[in-house]
Design a binder for this molecule. Sequence first.
Ligand SMILES: C[S@@+](CC[C@H](N)C(=O)[O-])C[C@H]1O[C@@H](n2cnc3c(N)ncnc32)[C@H](O)[C@@H]1O
Length: 330
Amino acid sequence: MWCRGSSEELAREFGVDRMVERAGGYFGKEPDITRAEHADLNRHFALLCGQNAMATQPGLPHSDVMESSLGWVKPYYTTAGDYWGPTGVDQVHRDRLAILSRLGGPSPLHVLELGAGTGEAAAVMVDAGHSVVAVEFSPTRAPNISALAKESRSGVLVGVEADFYTVSLPGKFDVVCYWDGFGVGSDADQRRLLRRISGEWLKPGGCALIDVFSPYRWTLEVGKEWILERNHPSHRFRQRRRFDFDPVSGCFLDQWCPIDDETGLCDESQAITQKIRCYNPADLELLLEGTGLRLERAEVGGVRLDLGEGHRSDEALWKAWSYLVKLVKW
Ligand SMILES: C[S@@+](CC[C@H](N)C(=O)[O-])C[C@H]1O[C@@H](n2cnc3c(N)ncnc32)[C@H](O)[C@@H]1O
């Protein structure tokens, strides 16, 4: 879920120099990849396959998980973590620290980060003196958080490889954040998570900072297709990315399909798709009912959204992939 803007922004996000729109799709610049880098990628692949084989995760029995609304989530992010490894710290991680500093309250903060990915945002927050517990269940992503936690930092970083629906965490937090991941599963699943945030994890006076996917931009992008070049050592494949939107469930569908180097064709058997529920602010307020949380603030690109009456089609929310919300306890 790394889509946040125009084709230029997308190019930055995907690490290509530019995106060129052609025949209804965007195509990245040709890759600059050497034979040695290719060999490195293959070694990286072999290493990750070994990690996958060794990884075990307690939780629901496999069949129950696969049949539930959340069954696709761990396999998707585990494969995604295998297709793209850690990026290292970049501007998006520094932007998250800026959000925390602006909206989170007086420093230093005790922060719980949910779905922390490979942990770069957590590391940046810890470098600024905060203490962060970073929960991530993908076995291809969580080990990088542990590696970052071993480096010397101003604050304390604790990586927890666990499912945030079932993990027990000691203590309470000033801020719970969930960057770029909210919306997997059913509305009941989101409510279950929101209730954990308000009832178990937040201190009185604390807040949750969450990116929420907005439906409008995703529906405008239905049918878009990109070819993403393999231009970072952590990329295993070139990828074709496709967008769709399920108008009944209000979810965007984001498919990634690896491209075979020899044939130049997509290997559909290795395609993975994430399905994420989008909420406009009014729907989010309905979702929050009974969770113990209320919407205090919503913003796009740091600009506060007016949540009152009377809005028009030229507003920021039409163009944004997601918006940030600050939720507080009632
Ligand atoms: C779209 S990624 C975002 C990662 C990171 N926050 C970022 O912005 O780069 C969502 C992350 O949430 C993790 N995740 C989803 N459901 C989870 C769960 N129930 N428990 C722990 N992690 C979960 C996924 O494995 C994935 O790494």
